[in-house]
Design a protein around this ligand. Structure first.
Ligand SMILES: [Zn+2]
Length: 181
């Protein structure tokens, strides 16, 4: 496995220096967005009192898939949708400062973390000469990792509400959630 992906060559970048980058497109799209943007006057407390922890996968459109509207939920995303110390940090702030009570954990089929191992860390250290502080949190068993994530949330001493914690696997081919018990 290659840790460092192919980078664009300087030659390719120099071929058309005026070509807009994807971030240039963001800036243009945002100007159009702001033209029709309506300030709903919401405060920072999520209307549905829920926090969702999900993978960063580009095929997972959480708001559409879960019927969420702007202002409804906190969305915490990372590689794998795993429950790390930083996920607990966000969930703790979500509950204690911003009033959420429910937590949904969402992994998905075809996740990039499936099949990765802690070798990733060792190879990274060999390449850059520095050991990462973080674990890769790779997994081979999707359902098992959802269960472990639910367990980490339910046993966290920092959270106020752990009675409504549910875990799911999202199927990227059908768009359906499957609940893990
Ligand atoms: Zn994923």
């Amino acid at each position: 496995m290659t840790v460092t992906p192919d980078r664009p060559t300087p030659h390719a970048a120099a071929a058309n220096p005026a070509a807009p980058t994807i971030i240039d497109r963001f800036v243009g799209a945002n100007r159009e967005y702001a033209v029709t943007f309506q300030d709903g006057g919401m405060d920072a407390r999520p209307v549905q009192k829920i926090a969702v922890v999900a993978c960063m996968d580009a095929r997972l459109d959480l708001f559409a898939a879960l019927g969420l509207e702007l202002g409804d939920a906190h969305v915490i995303r990372n590689a794998g949708g795993v429950v790390t110390d930083d996920t607990i940090r966000s969930l703790t702030i979500s509950q204690r400062a911003l009033g959420t009570r429910s937590i949904a954990l969402i992994h998905h089929t075809g996740c990039g973390l499936l099949g990765l191992t802690e070798d990733f860390r060792r190879e990274l250290e060999a390449e850059v000469g520095q050991r990462p502080q973080w674990a890769v949190e790779a997994f081979v068993d999707l359902d098992g990792d959802v269960r472990q994530s639910m367990q980490r949330v339910r046993t966290s001493p920092f959270l106020l509400h752990t009675d409504d914690v549910r875990g799911f696997v999202f199927d990227v081919h059908t768009g359906l959630l499957r609940e893990i018990h």
